[in-house]
Every structure is written in C-alpha cells, then in structure tokens.
Design a protein around this ligand. Structure first.
Ligand code: COA
Length: 259
C-alpha cells in the first residue's frame, strides 16, 4: 500500500520503517505524505496501541529532508514545505494519544533528528549519529528542530549544535537527554519493543493524559498545572481507574480495557 515506508502491526505495536535506504531514508514529499497517512492510521485503528518509528538499513534512521527537493524552492516554497511537513507529520506524532518511540539506527540528521525529536522519546543504536547540519546548506531546521532541540537539551547545547552543524554520537546524545537508552544495533528493535510492550500493559487513557500534560510542560504552556488537575480528575471517570485501584486492593494484576 505504501511505496516509501513499511508498516507492521504485531502485539499492538505498529512499526513504521522509512524505506529509502539507498538515499539514507531522506524525507522527500512522498515519505512525508505516507508518514502522515500512517499516523492517521495510528489515530484511527484501535488495535494499534503504540508506535515504533525506525529506518531501513544499517546506516541511517533518516539523513535529513531530501536536499534535492530544495534547489527549486523560493522563500514561500520553503515555508510551505516546512509548514506542510510539520502539520502532516511532526505535530501529528508529537500530539499522538498513543506512545510513539523513535528507534534511531544510524544517521539522524536535520529532518531526521527533528523526526526523532517529535517522537515521545528515543532509543538509539551504538552507531547512531545526531546533528542539525542545516547551516552547512545555508538553512536552519524547519521541522521544529529549533524548538524541540532546545526543549530537550537546553539553550546552550542546542545553540552550539545548530550553529556548528556538528554531529554527536549516541552516548553523548544520551548524556544530553536526547536519547533515553543506547543499545547494540542488533538489539535496538527488540529492546525498544520491550519498552513499548510494558507501556502497552498500562491504562491507555492514563498514558494519553501523560502525553498531553508533558507536551504542555515542554511547550511552557501556561495552565499546565490546572490542566493536570482536570486530566487527573477525568481519569477518575474511567473504568480503567476502577480496575487499577481495585486490582491493587485485591493484590492482583490489573487488566486494562482502555475505557
Ligand atoms: N537528501 C538527499 N539525498 C541524500 C541525503 C539527503 N539529506 N542524505 C544522503 N543522501 C543520498 C546521497 O546523495 C547518496 O545518494 P547517491 O548514492 O544517489 O549519490 C546516498 O544518499 C548515500 O549518501 P552518501 O552521502 O553517499 O553517504 P556517506 O556515507 O558518504 O555520507 C552522510 C553520509 C549522512 C554524512 C551524508 O549523506 C550527508 O551529509 N547527508 C546530508 C545530511 C544533511 O545535510 N542533512 C540535513 C538536510 S536538511
């Protein structure tokens, strides 16, 4: 059904693999369009509990937006490309009510680093490399990178990475808080699936509320504390809250239904 991505649903985990390995999985118009459609599927398919986003091949997660599509653009065209991508894909991932994790399996540069950062958190293979090299092209990040990198690693480090265009390795990315875990390449997918499998046993509505609250905190949204209070309250109206608290009192494992 898709031409540039592969999708697979297994045990509630929907794996999306960007599949242009000969171009290091660079994000061209087709990839953006298809990632947008795949995310629509995530929102609408109740069998999908969480998402793992990765890249095909051993070399790259995503080596950036497809630079060959940039050469013919003027100012309005550049802005339109960024706006369309953010709306179709990056915002949809960040605001997804189901957990989306990036398993970064190699180069994660420019739009690739931005794609990983739009996910709720990131794991990486030992050979992963992160960077925002847009200044080398006379550009800046346009898929949310200036905002999300600053949120994730702080102003000083974000400034340096985006001004130098330097790449950093997986361990440094972990020490900066850009990735949560580093695994050997051969274990990356299984280890990431294990984390998602654990999350998939938790109450889905509560997980959804965590995502919404944390996104607001990261955006520095005024009203985050008040919204936490109302979302906390809303959880009391769910069957899963009754099940979770009852199961604890009865010393048994809770079985959640997402209701
Ligand atoms: N857009 C379009 N094509 C890209 C690409 C991108 N962002 N990144 C890699 N490719 C293509 C290369 O043009 C090459 O295609 P070809 O075989 O048809 O010539 C192929 O992918 C393999 O890349 P190559 O450069 O030969 O691999 P390498 O191992 O020598 O270098 C990188 C790897 C990641 C260092 C290098 O590809 C690179 O710098 N890519 C661009 C990174 C970037 O600036 N991203 C930000 C874009 S906003």
């Amino acid at each position: 059904m898709y031409q540039t991505i592969l999708t697979e649903l297994k045990d509630g985990i929907f794996t999306i693999t960007i599949n242009r390995p000969d171009k290091l999985n660079a994000l061209n118009k087709d990839v953006i369009q298809e990632l947008g459609s795949a995310m629509d599927e995530v929102y609408s398919n109740a069998e999908i509990k969480s998402v793992l986003l990765t890249g095909s091949g051993e070399k790259a997660f995503v080596a950036g937006a497809d630079i060959s599509e940039f050469t013919s653009l003027d100012a309005a065209g550049g802005a339109a490309l960024a706006a369309k991508g953010q709306q179709l894909v990056f915002d949809k991932i960040e605001n997804c009510p189901k957990p989306v994790v990036a398993a970064v399996n190699g180069f994660s540069l420019g739009g690739g680093c931005e794609l990983a950062m739009s996910c709720h958190f990131r794991t990486a293979s030992e050979n992963a490399k992160f960077g925002q090299p847009e200044v080398n092209l006379g550009l800046i990040p346009g898929y949310g990178g200036t905002q999300r990198l600053t949120q994730l690693i702080g102003k000083g480090k974000a400034m340096e990475l985006m001004m130098t265009g330097d790449m950093i390795g997986a361990e440094e990315a972990k020490s900066l808080g850009l990735v949560n875990h580093v695994f050997p390449a051969s274990e990356l997918i299984a280890a990431s699936e294990k984390i998602l499998s654990k999350i998939n046993t938790k109450a889905p509505i509560a997980v959804q509320q965590v995502i919404a609250c944390v996104n607001e905190a990261a955006r520095g949204l005024e009203g985050g504390f008040a919204n936490e209070i109302s979302r906390f309250g809303a959880c009391f109206a769910t069957a899963d809250m009754r099940e979770g608290t009852t199961a604890f009192m009865e010393k048994r494992k809770a079985v959640f239904t997402g209701k």
